[in-house]
Design a protein around this ligand. Structure first.
Ligand SMILES: CC(=O)N[C@H]1[C@@H](OP(=O)(O)O)O[C@H](CO)[C@@H](O)[C@@H]1O
Ligand SMILES: [Mg+2]
Length: 552
C-alpha cells in the first residue's frame, strides 16, 4: 500500500471509532446490531467491499444495509459477491477482524497485511465498483453514507447508490452487471414479469381440478421495502395476477416487523396485523422486512388469529414436484442431477415427502450461505429454509440442454410437449433469483404453479401434514458458549447438554429437538417436533429450561 492510500485510510477512519465493549461478528447473514453502533462497522465493510472488487478483477460487489426481520431500531450490513451470492466465507474472518479493530492504526495494519496476503492491488492502479442498497429503516440513509465513505477511501473505488431496494434485488443487480446484462430495477421487474407470463402462457388447456387458485392473493409486506416493490411489480403483470397489498409500510402507519411479516407468521403461527375473519378462505402470503423470504397462510375460521401455515418446506415441495413433473416430460437420457437442500428446521414430514418423491435431500447448517453453496453442486439445486428463504439454481450445463430442446424442430406431439416443458423450466430459471432467496420471484413461481396445476391453496397445503413443531428463543448470558455439530443437530459444548436434551426427547413419540445459537439475534434457539402440538410445546419448553440451567 502506498503512503497516499495509507494516509487516506488513517484519516478517514478516525471519524468512525468502533463501539466500545461490543464484539461484532459476521454471523448467519452479515453484521447485525442496534443501528446506533453500526457506523464504524459499515464504514469498514465499505472498505472490505472495495477490496473484494479489486481482488475479483474489478467485478461489481454489492453492499446491502438491512437487518431483515429484526426490529426496526436494528440494522445490519451484508456483502454480495460478483455472482450475486453471499460473500465468500473465506473473507468472513477478515470482516470480523476489521470490524473489531480498536483504532485506525490497527485497522490499517490489518488491511495492509490482508491485501498483501491476498495479492490485492491496493495502489490506485485498478478500478473497483460497489453497488449500495438499503431497506426502509430510518437509520439506513446515514449508514449508506458511512459505507460510501469507506468505499471511497480505497483509491480507484466508486460507489453507486441504488437507494431503497429489496435485498434480492441488489443481489440480482450485482449478478446482472457482472454478466454484462441490463441491470436496472425496471430490467429486474421485466425479467420476473415476462418469465411469469411465459409460465402462464404454457398452462395446458385442460388442467385444473378447481379454479380457486385464480382468486386474489393478499400479501402482508411486513411494513417493509417489499410493499412498494410488489406494488410496482404488480403493475407490470398486466392483470395476470390479482394481488392486494397490506402492511406496505410508508404512510400506512404500521411498524416494520411488529406483529407482521414472514418471520412473525412462521415462528408464531399467527395471522399478521391487518388480517382477520373476513379473510377466511383467501390465499394469503407474508414477506419479511427485506423481502428475501416469504410464506403462505390461510386464516382459520374462529381460530383466534391461528393460521394454516404453508412454510418454506411446503413451497420447496411444490417447486420440487413441478420440476420433477417437467423433467419426466423431457425424458432426457442425460438426466440432470437434482439436489434438495434443507436445514434441521425443515419439518420432518417435508423431508419424508421429498424423499418419497425419489429426490435426494441434503442438510446444511442454517443460513443461505450454506444452503446456496450446496445447491450449486447440482444441475438443479433447490434450497429452502423452513422460514421461506430459498431459491432454485440451474447449472449452465442444464440451461444449455434446455436451450437445445427449446430449439428442436420436431412437430410430433411428444416433441411439442418436450419443448413446452423445456420452456417452462427455462422460465423457472429466469423467474427465480440465481443469487439469493427472493420473495417476489418466489411468489410468482408459486402463483404460476398453482395456476398450472389448477390447485387451490388448500389443495397445495394437503401435499402432506406437518408434524407439530415449536420454536422458542432463550436469552442466555453468552450464546457463543453453545457449540454444535452435525448440521447443528447436536450440541458439543457445554458438555452434558446434549445428553440432557436426548433424555427429554426419549419421552416423546416422533420426538426431535435441537438447540443452536442464533447468528442474527442474541438468543439460543430451540426447535422441537412431536406427535401432537401439546407434546411439541412441552418438549420445547423443557429443553428451553435445561438450556437456561446450563447457560444461566
Ligand atoms: C431459525 C431461523 O429462522 N433462522 C434464520 C435467522 O438466522 P439465525 O442464525 O437463526 O438467527 O436469520 C437468517 C437470516 O435471515 C436466516 O437465514 C435463518 O434461517
Ligand atoms: Mg430477510
Amino acid at each position: 500500500m502506498n503512503e497516499k492510500q495509507r494516509s487516506i485510510l488513517l484519516q478517514s477512519s478516525t471519524h468512525f471509532p468502533p463501539p466500545k465493549g461490543t464484539k461484532l461478528s459476521y454471523g448467519t447473514a452479515g453484521f447485525r446490531a442496534d443501528a446506533s453502533i453500526l457506523q464504524s462497522t459499515v464504514f469498514r465493510i465499505g472498505i472490505l467491499a472495495a477490496l473484494r472488487s479489486l481482488k475479483t478483477g474489478g467485478a461489481v460487489i454489492g453492499l446491502m444495509i438491512t437487518a431483515s426481520h429484526n426490529k426496526v431500531s436494528d440494522n445490519g450490513i451484508k456483502v454480495a459477491d460478483p455472482s450475486g451470492g453471499m460473500l465468500t466465507q473465506d473473507w468472513e474472518p477478515f470482516a470480523d477482524s476489521i470490524a473489531n479493530a480498536p483504532d485506525p492504526e490497527s485497522l490499517v495494519q490489518l488491511i495492509t497485511e490482508f491485501a498483501k496476503k491476498e495479492n490485492i492491488p491496493i495502489d490506485g492502479s485498478k478500478a473497483a465498483v460497489v453497488l449500495l442498497g438499503r431497506d426502509t429503516r430510518p437509520s439506513g440513509e446515514s449508514l449508506v453514507e458511512a459505507a460510501n465513505k469507506g468505499i471511497c477511501c480505497v483509491i480507484g473505488a466508486v460507489a453507486i447508490n441504488m437507494g431503497i431496494v429489496t435485498t434480492p434485488e441488489l443481489h440480482w443487480m450485482v449478478r446482472a452487471r457482472n454478466k454484462g446484462m441490463k441491470a436496472s430495477e425496471a430490467d429486474y421487474f421485466h425479467q420476473l414479469s415476462t418469465s411469469f407470463r411465459c409460465l402462464i402462457d404454457l398452462i395446458p388447456e385442460k388442467s385444473g381440478e378447481d379454479n380457486d387458485a385464480i382468486g386474489k392473493l393478499v400479501v402482508d409486506c411486513s411494513n417493509g421495502v417489499g410493499g412498494e416493490k410488489l406494488q410496482d411489480l404488480t403493475q407490470k403483470l398486466n392483470g395476470f395476477l390479482q394481488i392486494e397489498i397490506r402492511n406496505s409500510g410508508g404512510n400506512s402507519g404500521g411498524i416494520l416487523n411488529e406483529g407482521v411479516g414472514a418471520d412473525f407468521v412462521q415462528k408464531e403461527k399467527l395471522s399478521p396485523q391487518g388480517f382477520g375473519p373476513s379473510d377466511v378462505g383467501i390465499r394469503c402470503a407474508s414477506l419479511d422486512g427485506d423481502a428475501d423470504r416469504f410464506v403462505y397462510f390461510t386464516i382459520i375460521l374462529n381460530g383466534n388469529n391461528k393460521i394454516n401455515l404453508i412454510d418454506g418446506d411446503k413451497i420447496l415441495s411444490l417447486f420440487a414436484l413441478f420440476i420433477k413433473q417437467q423433467l419426466t416430460i423431457l425424458e432426457d437420457s442425460k438426466k440432470p442431477s437434482v439436489g434438495i437442500v434443507q436445514t434441521a428446521y425443515a419439518n420432518g414430514a417435508s423431508t419424508k415427502y421429498l424423499k418419497d418423491l425419489g429426490l435426494k435431500v441434503i442438510f446444511t447448517p442454517t443460513g443461505v450461505k450454506y444452503l446456496h453453496g450446496k445447491a450449486e453442486e447440482y444441475d438443479i439445486g433447490i434450497y429452502f429454509e423452513a422460514n421461506g428463504h430459498g431459491t432454485i439454481l440451474f447449472s449452465d450445463l442444464f440451461l444449455n440442454c434446455l436451450e437445445g430442446i427449446k430449439n428442436e424442430s420436431s412437430s410430433t406431439e411428444n416433441g411439442l410437449e418436450k419443448r413446452k416443458a423445456a420452456k417452462r423450466l427455462w422460465a423457472v430459471g429466469n423467474v427465480m433469483n440465481q443469487g439469493v432467496g427472493d420473495a417476489l420471484s418466489g411468489l410468482l413461481l408459486v402463483e404460476g404453479i398453482l395456476q398450472h396445476m389448477g390447485w387451490s391453496v388448500d389443495k397445495w397445503n394437503q401435499l402432506y401434514d406437518d408434524l407439530p413443531s415449536r420454536q422458542l428463543k432463550v436469552k442466555v448470558a453468552d450464546r457463543s458458549a453453545v457449540i454444535t455439530t452435525n448440521a447443528e443437530t447436536c450440541v458439543e459444548k457445554p458438555p452434558g447438554l446434549q445428553e440432557a436434551i436426548n433424555s427429554l426427547i426419549g419421552k416423546y413419540r416422533q420426538g426431535r429437538c435441537f438447540v443452536r445459537p442464533s447468528g442474527t439475534e442474541d438468543v439460543v434457539r430451540v426447535y422441537s417436533e412431536a406427535e401432537t402440538q401439546e407434546e411439541a410445546d412441552e418438549l420445547a419448553n423443557s429443553v428451553a429450561n435445561i438450556v437456561q440451567q446450563f447457560l444461566g
